[in-house]
Write a protein that binds this ligand. Structure first.
Ligand code: NAD
Length: 276
């Protein structure tokens, strides 16, 4: 495929651009993920809580693609945190996906009020040791949560998947990742398609390159070194979001987009989010 890979800290390769399936209903997931795989995506980001691992697994099976060509990520939901409960949740996810291994297994949220992410991570370490995940990591972890994992567990997370887009650039978290060899994966990379894609600076850079605002924003992420997982259920947009390897932003474009940071979170704050 034309999508470049990054090398994770355990040597595994991860496509730098994948397909996110949050809010895709299970009965549409087979079609939508099938469209993405036909278009050339090889990395899929799902989660137990998205309720669409079954449809995602069906699309993978029906694609006929060799398993080693695919990179499948799923996540343990908050209500399953804890050592034994995570092991069971992982078995359930594998069953729904119809796979015997995932490429990346993540803790979905740190849930600091529950104080169980260290035990949860130990279950991920066991899953990794058993070869049932090729890499393990976290999502929505703040540097203070990563610090605890680094101090109390043995495997450095391969990835931290965080909300990141030009209006929420997460410089401190990205710097922490760089220092510790953790890959930065951006969720809601397009700012959920709300507002960001109409910002005049984004529109102007898009016009300059004869590309769309979504393509320009994805290019900004890729040139920063982020992994991105844009979501769409619209076939033309699914293809558009993958067609970002034939042009490059210059230093002026990057600086203009980097000036859009306003610390604007669309999702919950990981320090206080405690929904199970
Ligand atoms: P996104 O930034 O990918 O935006 C998706 C929305 O943008 C679409 O629903 C559509 O309305 C619009 N869009 C997509 N392509 C477009 C295009 N080419 N032109 C115009 N509009 C377009 O938002 P997202 O779905 O929130 O995030 C992507 C993925 O990240 C999710 O599907 C999920 O896999 C992951 N995610 C993870 C977490 C987490 O807590 N780990 C949270 C949210 C999302």
């Amino acid at each position: 495929s034309k999508v470049p890979s990054i090398t994770l800290n355990n040597g595994a390769a991860m496509p730098q651009l994948g397909f996110g399936v949050w809010q895709v209903p299970d009965d549409e997931a087979a079609r939508v993920v099938g469209t993405a795989l036909d278009a050339g995506y090889r990395s899929i980001d799902t989660a137990a809580v998205y309720g669409n691992e079954t449809g995602t697994g069906r699309a993978i099976a029906e694609s006929g693609l060799p398993r080693e060509d695919l990179f499948v990520t799923t996540k343990v939901w908050n209500d399953s945190q804890g050592y034994d409960t995570t092991l069971r949740a992982f078995d359930d996810s594998l069953g729904r996906l119809g796979l015997d291994q995932v490429d990346l297994y993540l803790i979905h949220w740190p849930l600091p009020s529950k104080d169980s992410y260290v035990d949860t991570y130990r279950a991920l370490e066991r899953i990794l040791a058993e070869g049932r995940a090729r890499a393990i990591g976290v999502s929505n972890f703040l540097p203070e949560h990563l610090e605890r994992l680094l101090a109390e567990t043995s495997v450095v997370p391969a990835v931290n998947q965080i909300e990141l887009h030009p209006q929420l650039q997460q410089s401190a978290v990205r710097a922490f990742h760089a220092e510790h060899g953790i890959a930065t994966e951006a969720w809601s990379p397009l700012g959920q398609g709300k507002g960001l894609l109409e910002v005049p600076t984004v529109v102007a850079v898009a016009q300059k390159h004869e590309r769309t605002p979504a393509q320009v924003v994805l290019r900004w992420h890729l040139q920063l070194g982020n992994v991105v997982i844009p979501k769409s259920v619209t076939p033309s947009r699914i293809r558009e979001n993958l067609d970002v390897f034939g042009f490059e932003l210059d230093a002026d474009d990057l600086a203009a987009l980097t000036a859009l940071d306003e610390g604007k979170r669309l999702g919950p704050d990981p320090a206080t989010f405690d929904v199970v």
